[in-house]
Ligand binder design. Structure first.
Ligand SMILES: *[C@@H]1O[C@H](CO)[C@@H](O)[C@H](O)[C@H]1NC(C)=O
Ligand SMILES: *[C@@H]1O[C@H](CO)[C@@H](O)[C@H](O)[C@H]1NC(C)=O
Ligand SMILES: *[C@@H]1O[C@H](CO)[C@@H](O)[C@H](O)[C@H]1NC(C)=O
Ligand SMILES: *[C@@H]1O[C@H](CO)[C@@H](O)[C@H](O)[C@H]1NC(C)=O
Ligand SMILES: *[C@@H]1O[C@H](CO)[C@@H](O)[C@H](O)[C@H]1NC(C)=O
Ligand SMILES: *[C@@H]1O[C@H](CO)[C@@H](O)[C@H](O)[C@H]1NC(C)=O
Ligand SMILES: [Ca+2]
Length: 536
């Protein structure tokens, strides 16, 4: 068996006594030189207690539970004449591991992510999340209508301001002799973008970040979401595919692309290397009429699974990976994560007619770049120069954010840094997770690595039984930063029915891009039966 890596202080308990009390007065004293900051609440949470704001926190209606004894704090910060943001802190009482960890948000949502803060505080981190300056559901961006300051808060200002003030508060609260030892980040989706954006703008904020399925190309992601929806519209066009046909489409992709990893198991490890024969989907006299498509419908699928390339061979956005369920983008309802960005943030007009959407709208939106949210500074060398480490992951069946956009980002960074003599493997490793949907979940594939947004209801934190850097992406990040040991693979776990109580169904290595897991021999459900190989 492997030797578990355990954080020096986390889990075992911290050694730094709390220097201040968990009272409003104590935090008022800490913030005395910050007129822009107001305390919303300070609450002492007992051992195994819970905390959250389910009545008002729209995207995070669940409380964090099973907490260590800690101090919960919420602070409001004025960011301009017309805007402010809130952030929350969990400050463990006796189990603080002398480290800071920030987490992120999802979609256009606005709310403090107490649930992820709770899980991440179980390692002993002092954790933080910001509501990014507004209160809304993940698909609701209407708060950004004619509100440029709110857009800046969402894009990066709330995250950065919260990080800087959190570090100051943590340092005053614990008065650690050596200061905060390390600072980390973990987030998925918009949370992934927030992590990348922060290290692009402020390379000193973190020592390590773990980012999943990053929504880094903000305008273009909305553009592809809208465009893919329009591919399948109007409903009476000859190319329209009813959503009831999508399972048969995905099944054919799984059939053709599944075996290449050495095992037929319903899991496609290499959709990009699959030489898929689209014509196998065409209706013939012998076909099951509920599981085949016409040539016009096939053209729709071709567009969905291929990149959108427009005038002058411009790559607008990569296409969906083979095997991805088209329902999110091409199903009966269009996502406001697509057209909404254009209506609310670009044209400031909720009546803007998205059915007339063209590449020119994309160019116009690029020029506006709402809030400056897009995280497309591929020169990550300032972060690398200070020893920063990035672990990135993306599900290969992500229906919300095309997986290939993460590959595109990786390649852009490589193009920028490799000529400067930088080896990406030294600071940035990228793990594709076969079969995983957006940030979490798969009915068959091992997907769980204890990352942000990867809740399993009866798991308190990490990977029970495997609380180590081989299985837990948070601990892998810590080990890389603090011991200089890079993850050569990560082992993903599938719990039966995605519940801890039902036991482990299978485990499998995830490999640093561009390596892939290949079945070698033995029990296919055991990670040791697989090997990371360079296939290209
Ligand atoms: C922790 O609290 C939960 C309820 O929130 C309870 O079911 C559980 O028994 C408690 N565990 C311990 C060890 O007290
Ligand atoms: C819409 O408002 C944003 C600021 O929120 C501004 O940048 C943009 O130019 C406006 N769009 C148009 C079409 O005027
Ligand atoms: C599709 O429906 C629209 C209005 O609902 C109608 O104007 C159009 O003629 C229809 N097209 C076809 C090909 O039936
Ligand atoms: C035809 O395809 C549909 C949809 O995939 C499926 O439910 C049905 O069982 C199939 N019928 C036959 C005879 O295979
Ligand atoms: C394509 O390139 C031509 C020649 O450089 C340029 O005039 C034109 O504006 C470009 N079109 C777009 C949509 O970028
Ligand atoms: C998993 O869920 C299915 C369907 O709900 C159920 O029949 C099965 O018994 C569950 N398996 C375990 C091990 O809990
Ligand atoms: Ca397979």
């Amino acid at each position: 068996m492997h030797r578990p890596f355990v954080l020096p202080l986390a889990i075992l308990g911290g050694s730094v006594a709390v220097a201040a009390e968990c009272t409003t007065a104590a935090f008022e004293a800490i913030l005395v030189n910050h007129p822009e900051a107001t305390i919303n609440l300070v609450e002492a949470v007992p051992q195994n207690g819970s905390f959250g704001q389910p009545d008002t926190d729209i995207p995070f209606p669940e409380k964090a539970t099973n907490l260590q004894a800690l101090c919960a704090v919420s602070i409001n910060v004025k960011s301009s004449e017309s805007s402010s943001y809130n952030f929350g802190l969990f400050l463990p009482d006796t189990t603080w591991n002398e480290r800071f960890l920030a987490t992120g948000n999802g979609g256009f949502g606005g709310g403090i992510n107490w649930p992820d803060m709770g899980k991440l505080s179980q390692y002993g981190f002092a954790t933080m999340s910001t509501d990014t300056g507004h209160s809304s559901d993940v698909s609701d961006g209407s708060w950004g209508l004619n509100a440029p300051e709110s857009l800046i808060d969402w894009a990066h200002r709330a995250m950065h301001g919260s990080i800087v003030l959190s570090k100051e508060i943590i340092t005053a609260y614990y008065a650690p002799p050596d200061g905060i030892k390390y600072s980390y980040y973990a987030g998925c989706s918009t949370g992934g973008r927030q992590g990348l954006k922060e290290v692009q703008m402020y390379p000193d904020s973190f020592d390590g970040i773990s980012v999943g399925a990053p929504a880094w190309w903000t305008v273009r992601l909305a553009a592809i979401t809208l465009q893919q929806g329009l591919y399948n519209r109007p409903d009476n066009s000859s190319g329209h595919i009813d959503a009831s046909l999508f399972p048969a489409v995905v099944a054919e992709m799984e059939k053709q692309c599944d075996p290449q990893d050495g095992l037929v198991d319903g899991i496609v490890s290499d959709p990009f290397g699959c030489n898929f024969d689209f014509e196998a989907l065409l209706c013939t006299p012998a076909s099951n009429a509920s599981a085949c498509v016409t040539p016009a419908q096939l053209a729709t699928l071709n567009k969905f699974y291929n990149a959108w390339v427009d005038a002058n061979q411009t790559l607008v956005f990569p296409g969906a990976a083979l095997g991805t369920d088209p329902t999110f983008a091409m199903g009966p309802s269009l996502s406001s994560l697509g057209y909404g960005l254009f209506q609310w943030w670009v044209y400031n007009n909720t009546e803007w007619d998205y059915t007339k959407f063209t590449f020119n709208d994309v160019l116009f939106a690029d020029a506006i770049n709402p809030g400056g949210a897009t995280a497309d500074n591929f020169d990550l060398s300032p972060f690398q120069d200070r020893g920063g480490k990035i672990i990135k992951y993306h599900g290969l069946a992500d229906a919300l954010i095309p997986t290939s956009s993460s590959i595109h980002f990786y390649k852009q960074v490589a193009q920028t840094l490799v000529p400067k003599g930088v080896s990406l493997d030294d600071f940035y490793r990228f793990f594709l997770i076969p079969g995983m949907n957006h940030c979490s979940g798969s009915t068959v594939a091992p997907w769980y690595i204890g990352g942000a947004s990867q809740a399993i209801s009866d798991i308190t934190y990490s990977v029970p039984g495997y609380v180590d850097a081989d299985h837990d992406v948070i601990l892998a990040m810590v080990k890389w930063v603090e011991e200089g040991k890079a993850p050569e693979q990560l082992i993903a776990t599938k719990f039966t029915n995605d519940t801890l109580a039902s036991g482990i169904e299978s485990q499998r290595p995830l490999c640093p891009y561009p390596k892939q897991a290949k079945y070698v021999s033995g029990d296919a459900k055991s990670s040791g039966s697989w090997e990371c190989q360079s296939l290209y």
